[in-house]
Each structure stands twice: as C-alpha cells, then as structure tokens.
Design a protein around this ligand. Structure first.
Ligand code: FER
Length: 315
C-alpha cells in the first residue's frame, strides 16, 4: 500500500513537473538550469536585518547539514511520535495528526509548537514515513541545538476523505489544502493547546512545510501574524500566493515575524516559486532568509530544511 502510494505520488509529481500543460492553471515557467553553486543565502535587498523584528539567528549564515545529521544514533535519548485525533468543526469529522514529543518530554515542562505540513501526495504520516524528522530532531537535541518544542504533523487536506488517493491534483483536493487554514487555526491549534503543556502565544508557534505545505505555510503565516512568528517553506509549490496578495502592510510583517525562511533545491522544477516569492519580499523590504539547497524536489532537501529551520526557531 505504502509502495503504491509513493509510486502514484512520484508519478503524479513527475508528471506535474515535466508536462507544463498539466499545470496550466498554475503558470508553470521554464525550469532554470541547475546552478553550479552549493548554496546561497539571500537575506533581502537591504542585506541587513538588524533593524527588524527578526532575531539574530535569521542572519546566521546557513551551514549545510553535516553527514549523518539525519541518521539514527543509538547512544542518545530519543523522542516519541504518536498519532492523535481531534474534532474538526471546519470539516465536520474527526481528523488525525502525528505528534513528536522530544527526548525527556514531561507534562510538567512547557513547550513551543512547530506545525509541520506535508506535500500534495502526503498525509499525517508523510513526514515520518518519507523523511527523517525523529532522527534529525533527536540528534539536534543531543547536541543542545534546539529549543524545547513539540512538532505537530497534521493532514493538510481539510476534507472528509483526506486520503491522498485518486487524482491528488483534483480541484477539490487542492481546495482542501486552502481550507486547512480554518482547520489549523480554529480546530487543531486549540486542540493541541488544550491537551499539551504548551505556550500559547505567537512567539511560541511556528509553521513550516514542504511543497504544498510550504505554500500553505507562506499563505497562512503571512495572513496570521498574530498566530505564528516563525514561518518556513521548503520547496514551496504553485499554491503559494504572491507576496502582494498576502501582504498589505510590509512594515507590519517585518516587525511581527521573527523568521521567514524559504529554501528550495537548485534543481527543483519549482524553484521559480521560491524565487518569485523571495523577489516579492525583497521588493517590499521584508526580511527573509532564502537558501538554495543541493537537490531537486525530494526528501533530502526537506530533511535539510527541517534541520536548518528547527535550529533557528523559538530563540
Ligand atoms: C503544481 C505542481 C506541484 C501544484 C502543486 C504541486 C497546485 C505540489 C507538489 C508537491 O506538493 O510536492 O502545479 O499546483
């Protein structure tokens, strides 16, 4: 079953990336040639961020993840993942999410929360099944590099049958990724905050995701500045709205967000989405970190994105 789904997923995505007619509604552009560099950070047109609301870490140069950063280590404490259910007034049924609690988790402590979203063919299991979030986070905790956080990995397709089956690009399924904004804000976040020992202010909430989930993070994050102070997009998909659609008051975004992270693989056919978004931010003088990673539209880039983003939040 898992094999079949991932095959459908890779076929669908490959089709979407290679056959422009399939994505005609989303203004697919020419794929740029892979860049001959390792990585770049573009921290905005001004080149400085110290006069903004962003913290010092947003200015820290991006050092690529070292070998083994996502591998299992025996001799360190490990976190746990659990599947939870919550009632969604938005969808009208019970929905699921995977929750990672860090090593040493205790109801007597208090935690920040990272909401971490999947791609167009994924669900509440995708991060754990296709990427290495447990290894990455456990390893970073053992090196003292993370603030205390739980990580909530929901199903971002807010509809009754939210499984990634059939045509994952069908308009009702794509619309459900938009509808998830309401589910997240009105249903999931209140559920998490009623059931876990977590801080409940915007500086203690982060939103990030891969591809469709990256687009959701930018779309929802920039429209809900009172809910999230840390926003990240890894390989954002064409569901990403334009900066001018999302931002009416650039100064407010600059002062409210502590980190706006955009990364993408240099050979990803969707790199143009991240580049357009970055250019929009620069033209409005909105501070951001833009990191072009090594790779295509693939899990290694999303693991790397989580490795980088998680170390920069809640600090
Ligand atoms: C598209 C191409 C790719 C699109 C979405 C994707 C909504 C998403 C890819 C993914 O989540 O991996 O045209 O339009």
């Amino acid at each position: 079953m898992k094999k079949r789904l991932s095959k459908i997923l890779s076929l669908s995505i490959t089709a979407a990336l290679l056959v422009p007619t399939m994505a005609s509604a989303t203004d697919m552009q020419e794929t740029p040639a892979p860049a001959p560099f390792q990585s770049v950070i573009d921290q905005g047109a001004t080149g400085t961020m110290d006069n903004t609301g962003q913290n010092a870490l947003a200015n820290t140069p991006v050092v690529p993840a070292p070998p083994g950063y996502d591998g299992y280590r025996n001799n360190i404490p490990h976190g746990n993942t659990n599947l939870i259910s919550y009632y969604s007034t938005t969808v009208g049924n019970t929905r699921k999410a995977t929750v990672y609690t860090p090593p040493g988790y205790s109801p007597n402590k208090k935690y920040n929360v990272l909401y971490l979203l999947h791609g167009i063919g994924g669900d509440e299991h995708e991060w754990v099944n296709a990427m290495k979030p447990k290894n990455i986070l456990d390893n970073l905790y053992s090196e003292g590099k993370l603030s205390q956080m739980i990580v909530v990995m929901p199903n971002g397709r807010a509809m009754k049958d939210d499984r990634p089956v059939g045509d994952i690009f069908a308009p009702d399924k794509v619309a459900a990724f938009e509808r998830f904004e309401q589910d997240l804000i009105k249903d999931l976040i209140p559920h998490i905050e009623a059931n876990y020992p977590v801080y409940k202010d915007k500086n203690s909430r982060a939103l990030a995701g891969l591809s469709m989930g990256g687009g959701q993070s930018l779309n929802f994050g920039l429209k809900n500045l009172n809910t999230f102070a840390w926003v990240g997009a890894f390989s954002a998909a064409p569901n990403t709205q334009s900066v001018s659609q999302l931002v009416s008051n650039p100064g407010q975004v600059a002062s409210q967000l502590k980190l706006l992270w955009i990364s993408c693989g240099s050979s990803d056919g969707l790199l143009w989405v991240s580049q357009n978004f970055k250019n929009g931010l620069s033209s409005m003088n909105i501070p951001h970190t833009f990191y072009v990673d090594v790779g295509g539209h693939e899990p290694s880039v999303w693991n790397s994105g989580l490795y980088q983003f998680s170390q920069r939040i809640f600090k």
